[in-house]
Unconditional design. Structure first.
Lengths: 257, 133
């Protein structure tokens, strides 16, 4: 008999349930699949096998299969991972348990509702803002940067919006109004870009109670980041910048905003 | 400009939000260590209260201060101070590590920043020791 591996997948179907009460989790239940073990399969390959050969109703997100689109994040044995770059051979012969990303509402099976994240991402304006454009500014040419200037934000620019950091963040799980790791990391990325002039636009969202100050520095966001963005460092540095900015504003006789 | 979307109402999409038990922090080593660090703040505050108590006794004169010192040498007090000391030490170690993460960039690596913290701590401790004794 060929080698096999067990995958226990937590499934949710909003249309089923004896009491028809999805808010009570009636239909959130585990289902175990035993499939052939292929040592070079990723977990995503295993899910595609289940969908094609065993149960076509299984729902999950995926796209690029090369850890760049950020679609296939799931809880793998309790830890947020990209399933396209997590391989069966890491777990075999033990069982693998898959759940939808933690801290997000589940739409179906392994598909979660990311609307809240998208709203928060948009609120920090993660793009280059040019506010004080001079009349004679030549917009047809490049805005040149030194390697050192690029280095100051490069690490945070690697974020792929996979939301693994939100699934790992207990602060976001307990307080869904928290802006969250990726949105703050991207704020840091654009605020530190020498071409950007949007720091003030982002300050009221980021340097707020539900911004950086809601982070209790657990650090799990950094641990799970597949691109080594280090959102935790970005958040703590933004706290320092925010406090320094508040202090100088206070010294100048302002309200310390 | 796009107007921000709002999450579809759960009644429409019938999404399911999993409850978070009060024991959430017991599932992972990192969150257990985090909670210990958070609670160690209470012991940092206790140490501060002890110090304020000593300063107050000092301001009241030598007799009051010596009486406080004598009470501090009782078995229960020593155990209490050992427990407080252990938590304060843990609190310090974790924050030295975090300071590396915050300020460690460019020429100074996170490890170097943490190491500088330790060097300053040891130097300050030796300085205070010689100042007192």
């Amino acid at each position: 008999m060929a080698d096999q591996i067990k995958l226990t997948i937590w499934r949710y179907n909003p249309d089923n349930g004896p009491d028809n009460r999805p808010d009570k989790g009636d239909e959130y239940r585990p289902q175990t699949f035993t499939i052939p073990y292929q040592k070079d399969w990723s977990i995503l390959d295993a899910l595609n096998h289940i969908k094609a050969e065993v149960d076509g109703s299984l729902s999950y997100r995926w796209s690029c299969r090369m850890a760049i689109c950020g679609s296939c994040g799931m809880m793998v044995n309790g830890t947020p991972r990209l399933t396209c770059s997590t391989y069966l051979n890491e777990f075999h012969p033990n069982e693998i348990t898959l759940e939808p990303l933690a801290n997000f509402p589940i739409i179906k099976d392994l598909v979660v509702d990311l609307t809240d994240f998208m709203d928060k991402l948009r609120s920090v304006k993660p793009w280059i803002i040019r506010e004080n454009k001079k009349d004679d500014e030549d917009t047809s040419s490049e805005y040149l940067q030194t390697p050192a200037q690029m280095e100051s934000y490069y690490q945070q620019s690697l974020c792929i919006n996979c939301t693994l950091c939100y699934a790992a963040c207990p602060a976001y799980g307990l307080h869904s109004d928290f802006l969250g790791p990726a949105a703050i990391a991207l704020t840091y990325r654009y605020n530190n870009d020498s071409r950007d002039q949007g720091r003030e636009d982002r300050r009221k969202v980021v340097a707020a109670e539900n911004g950086v100050w809601k982070c209790p520095v657990v650090g799990d966001c950094t641990e799970v980041c597949p691109k080594h963005v280090d959102p935790s460092a970005a958040i703590q540095r933004t706290k320092v910048n925010s406090a320094v900015s508040w202090f100088f504003s206070f010294l100048k006789g302002g309200k310390g905003e | 400009m796009n107007t921000p979307n709002t999450s579809p109402s759960p009644e429409v999409t019938r999404t399911y939000r999993r409850p978070i038990p009060n024991t959430w922090w017991l599932k992972q080593r990192s969150t257990i260590l985090f909670m210990i660090r958070e609670w160690s703040s209470v012991f940092v505050a206790l140490y501060a209260i002890c110090l304020l108590g000593q300063l107050w006794a000092l301001s009241e004169g030598a007799d009051r201060y010596n009486a406080l010192l004598a009470r501090s040498l009782s078995g229960g007090s020593l155990v209490l101070h050992l427990v407080i000391g252990a938590f304060v030490l843990y609190h310090m170690v974790t924050w030295f590590k975090i300071s590396g993460r915050i300020f460690g960039s460019g020429p100074l690596s996170p490890g170097a920043v943490t190491a500088i913290n330790y060097v300053v701590w040891i130097a300050a401790s030796i300085g205070i020791f010689y100042w007192i004794f």
